[in-house]
Structure formats: structure tokens, C-alpha cells
Design a protein around this ligand. Structure first.
Ligand SMILES: Cc1cc2nc3c(=O)[nH]c(=O)nc-3n(C[C@H](O)[C@H](O)[C@H](O)COP(=O)(O)OP(=O)(O)OC[C@H]3O[C@@H](n4cnc5c(N)ncnc54)[C@H](O)[C@@H]3O)c2cc1C
Length: 394
């Protein structure tokens, strides 16, 4: 315990000295997130400084082993670092699918050579990854995927199409599910393979949304040649890797429900609605909604903490991330409904001269996707019913 207290003191002091004030403000624009990658640019000098300092300390991935560019922290130390960062509202220095999704799968299933090749580049933000799971006829029923990989000497030749590939047009590499045995049962003939998006035969087509943004793409593979050594885990056993990665993806997405938007909801609401003579939010109905929300948010934070402790003790239920994903994303949607109610018609502003042009309305609409990406809420409830509650007929 004394060691942990010392670690907390040192961490607090290091963050105070090294996190630029600009990196302690809520993120309101897309450019506030640094994703890394071959063509990455920083949106400001403080963003660059903060990223480089955290990278050099191994704290872009604090709990990864040092030999792969991580900080080598154990579970308790990682928790303390997160708490101390939250206490000063420090931004994450690097956000990437490599960190939150592929990395854990590489650590569990990767060969020594694969770990050495990919993990340090993820930790240092050098390579940006995208996720090639969904296909036009394989979303919730992911194991129906049809993208084919046929053996040709030491390589596979890949043909097919993915869809909803987030940021495929900016990504350097893809982790991808492909069918390597069409005669096997659908879950058994799948492999998990890694390849460079610059490989001949890979093309992307951004999907333009009604919001005017294009966060994802259709991704096409036309005779893409990939060495068989790029398979993660065993050939035809990719479903195991895919499921393991989804646990991490769902845990990451569930965190949206407890992340907060910088200032407490009550204060944001008071800005537009005002306070009564007692200093309370001058709208009892909204006040009650905010209070209920904050209790539920605190409960989610406790559940998340418990999940981390159970994982550390090797007692975590593998499907628990589905329960967290369901609750966290529904909570995040509620948060933005409250923010929109609090803001009234001003919150619907879409375009203006101000720098945060429509940020709240766009963020509100974006939350609608939280309960779809990484598996829909209906599918999460199905998993909870079947695998955790063991309900009859589930
Ligand atoms: C913002 C965003 C980012 C994404 N990024 C990526 C990415 O980077 N890479 C990637 O591969 N994919 C990505 N996806 C795709 C995502 O994984 C799928 O949208 C999701 O799995 C659902 O699949 P679907 O869209 O085909 O819907 P469908 O599976 O067609 O579902 C349609 C409706 O039917 C319901 N439904 C389906 N099956 C069941 C069932 N068994 N029980 C109850 N209800 C059911 C669903 O809940 C949903 O309401 C992204 C999606 C979003 C929204």
C-alpha cells in the first residue's frame, strides 16, 4: 500500500509538471483526438508535446510490457494513473484501435515475432489500424462473413468486401476476418489476418452520412496477396481471436457512459436554465433526471471497477463486457438527451460563426451509433440472457 501511495504521489507530480493546460480541457472537436499513423499530424503544439511525453514514459499503453513500448504498470498502478488523469481532466494522448482492440489480442494470441513487429508501433502511434469485421451480409450475424482467403504457396489471396470500416481511408493496416475454409461450419472456417492497407488490390470508398461527415468506408479486396504468417492465432480458429477482441472493444465502448463531457451535467444545464433562490437548477423535472442519471453513472463506474478487479483475480465472466457495453452506451445516449433538453433550441444549432460549430448536436447524434457499433444493444441483451443469466430458451 505504501508503494502505491508513493506511486500516486509521483504520478500526480509528474502529470502536474508534464500535462499542458490545453490538454486538460474537454475534447469538443474531432481534431482534439490524436490517432497516430503514418500520415498523422498534430492539431496543436500542446497536443504534440503531451503525446511525446506520454509515449516516452510508456503511458500511451501504461499496462503493456515495457519491451513492447508500454509502461509496465500493474493493474493497481494503471488504475491510479487513470484516476489521477481524470482528476485533472487530462486527455488521452493517443486513441487508436491498435491500443483498445488489436493490442490485447496480439498480446494473447501473437507469436513473438508478431508482438515485436506490431506492438511497439501501436504504442508509439506510428501505425493506425482499422477493423475489417462487418460485411454487407454479416453484421450481428458476423460469422456469416464471405470475404475469402485462398492459399497460394506461402500466401493467401484475399477477395471480398467489408463495410462500416471506421476510418479505413486513414488507416495504415487492417485486422480482418476472412473465410479460409468454406466447407467447415460457419464459425470454424474463419481466420484473423493482418495486412497493410497499401497492399495492391485494397481500396476504400468513404460512406457519406447525413451529418456531412464520413467516419467509415466500404473496403474492397481484389486479389490482395498476404503472407500466411500474418494470421493471428491459428488458421480457421480466427473466431476465438475475434471474440476475444470484441470483449475489449465492448469494454472500451462501454467506457463512454462514464467518461463525462468535462463539466458536471448540472452545471452545464444551469448555464442555459439558470438557478432558483436556493442555487438549485431552476427546472425540477430536469433536476430529477440529472440526479437519476448521476446515480446510474456512479453505479456504472462501480461496476467497471469491480470488473477490473475480477479480471485481475482471473474471475471475470467473458460475457460481462456485453452487459457493460449495453449499459454504458444506453447511459451515454441518456447523457446527451439531457444535454439537449438543457440547451433548448440553442442546442440544435448546426452551423454558426462560433468555433464549436454544432458540436453538441453532432455529438448527440453520434451517440445514437454507440448502441450499434461493436454489436447492437439487442444483441448484447441476447448475450447476457444466454451466457450470463442462462435464461431458458435464450
Ligand atoms: C459508428 C459505427 C462504427 C462502426 N465501425 C465498424 C468498424 O470499424 N469495423 C467493422 O467491421 N464494423 C463496424 N461497424 C459495424 C457494426 O459492427 C455493425 O453495424 C453492427 O454489428 C450491426 O450490424 P448491422 O449494421 O449489419 O445490423 P444488423 O445485424 O442487420 O441488425 C439490424 C437490426 O436487427 C437487430 N438484430 C439483429 N440480430 C438480432 C438478434 N439475434 N437478436 C435481436 N436483434 C437482432 C439489431 O439489433 C438491429 O437493430 C460500425 C458501426 C457503427 C454504427
Amino acid at each position: 500500500m505504501a508503494d502505491l501511495e508513493q506511486f500516486r504521489k509521483d504520478t500526480r507530480a509528474w502529470l502536474a509538471a508534464n500535462c499542458p493546460p490545453e490538454m486538460r480541457k474537454a475534447m469538443t472537436r474531432e481534431e482534439d483526438t490524436f490517432w497516430g499513423g503514418r500520415n498523422a499530424t498534430f492539431s496543436s503544439e500542446p497536443q504534440k508535446v503531451w503525446f511525446e511525453r506520454m509515449r516516452d514514459k510508456g503511458w500511451t499503453v501504461p499496462n503493456w510490457p515495457k519491451e513492447y513500448g508500454g509502461g509496465g504498470l500493474d493493474g493497481e498502478e494503471t488504475k491510479i494513473l487513470r484516476q489521477e488523469m481524470a482528476a485533472i481532466s487530462a486527455r488521452l494522448p493517443l486513441v487508436s484501435f491498435g491500443i483498445s482492440m488489436l493490442g490485447p489480442a496480439l498480446l494473447k494470441y501473437g507469436t513473438d515475432a508478431q508482438k515485436r513487429e506490431h506492438l511497439p508501433k501501436i504504442a508509439a502511434g506510428q501505425i493506425r489500424w482499422c477493423q475489417g469485421y462487418s460485411e454487407p451480409n454479416a453484421g450481428s450475424d458476423l460469422a456469416s462473413l464471405q470475404t475469402r482467403a485462398e492459399a497460394d504457396g506461402d500466401d493467401f489471396i484475399i477477395n471480398g468486401q467489408k463495410i462500416w470500416t471506421s476510418y479505413a481511408n486513414f488507416a495504415d493496416w487492417i485486422f480482418c476476418l476472412v473465410r479460409t475454409d468454406s466447407s467447415a461450419k460457419k464459425h470454424d472456417g474463419i481466420s484473423f489476418i493482418l495486412f497493410d492497407m497499401a497492399s495492391p488490390g485494397v481500396s476504400t470508398k468513404p460512406i457519406l452520412l447525413i451529418s456531412g461527415k464520413s467516419p467509415f468506408c466500404e473496403t474492397f479486396f481484389d486479389n490482395v496477396r498476404v503472407p500466411q504468417s500474418h494470421v493471428l492465432g491459428q488458421v480457421n480458429r480466427g473466431w476465438d481471436v475475434a471474440k476475444y477482441l470484441l470483449q475489449h472493444e465492448r469494454a472500451m465502448i462501454s467506457g463512454m457512459g462514464e467518461r463525462g463531457v468535462g463539466r458536471p451535467l448540472g452545471q452545464v444545464a444551469a448555464d442555459s436554465i439558470g438557478v432558483d433562490d436556493h442555487g438549485h437548477l431552476d427546472d425540477p423535472g430536469l433536476r430529477a433526471q440529472i440526479a437519476t442519471f448521476e446515480i446510474d453513472e456512479a453505479a456504472l463506474a462501480c461496476a467497471a471497477e469491480r470488473a477490473v478487479d475480477l479480471a485481475k483475480a482471473g474471475q471475470a465472466h467473458p460475457a460481462f463486457s456485453s452487459a457493460m457495453k449495453y449499459y454504458g452506451t444506453e447511459l451515454n445516449k441518456r447523457r446527451y438527451e439531457i444535454l439537449m433538453s438543457a440547451g433548448g433550441s440553442d442546442a440544435l444549432e448546426w452551423e454558426s460563426e462560433r468555433s464549436n460549430d454544432g458540436a453538441r448536436a453532432r455529438a448527440w447524434l453520434r451517440t445514437k451509433a454507440n448502441s450499434i457499433e461493436g454489436g447492437t444493444s439487442e444483441v448484447m441483451l441476447g448475450i447476457v440472457a444466454k451466457r450470463i443469466l442462462d435464461l431458458p430458451g435464450a
